[in-house]
Design a protein around this ligand. Structure first.
Ligand code: FES
Length: 127
């Protein structure tokens, strides 16, 4: 799968929102550095976090086992599957929040915002 990613800090800095229809178009045109915005290829049976790390990126994580939410990302386009989920609420799942350390792409193309620790509601989830 091909994953276009964007750092949530950019949204905060520029006053953009996860709900912006043209979020990734704006990101693509903004001359962001390769850590804040770019693309990684995720091989089959590889989780998002691992794919990002293999491509040289440092995304937040802690447990690597689906138990802390430090690695949470917001999937804006496309979808992933998680073998289990014990910490994300139904509401967060509906918003597209997923745990990158256990998320496997199920669509060919995805758009993902990582580093969403400051997203409302996520702070109190982290252990
Ligand atoms: Fe803890 Fe992913 S790193 S849930």
């Amino acid at each position: 799968a091909r994953v276009e990613f964007l750092d949530y800090d950019v949204l905060t800095d520029r006053g953009w929102s996860l709900a912006d229809d043209d979020l990734f178009e704006k990101a693509a045109e903004s001359g962001l550095d390769g850590d804040a915005y770019g693309e990684v290829v995720v091989e089959p049976r590889t989780n998002l976090l691992k794919a990002a790390e293999d491509a040289g990126h440092s995304w937040p994580f802690a447990c690597r086992g689906g138990a802390c939410a430090n690695c949470a990302v917001a999937v804006v386009e496309g979808d992933v599957k998680m073998p289990s989920n014990h910490i994300l609420s139904e509401e967060m799942l509906e918003q597209g929040v997923r745990l990158s350390c256990i998320s496997l792409p199920v669509t060919d193309d995805l758009q993902v915002v990582y580093n969403i620790e400051h997203l409302p509601g996520l702070d109190e989830l982290r252990l």
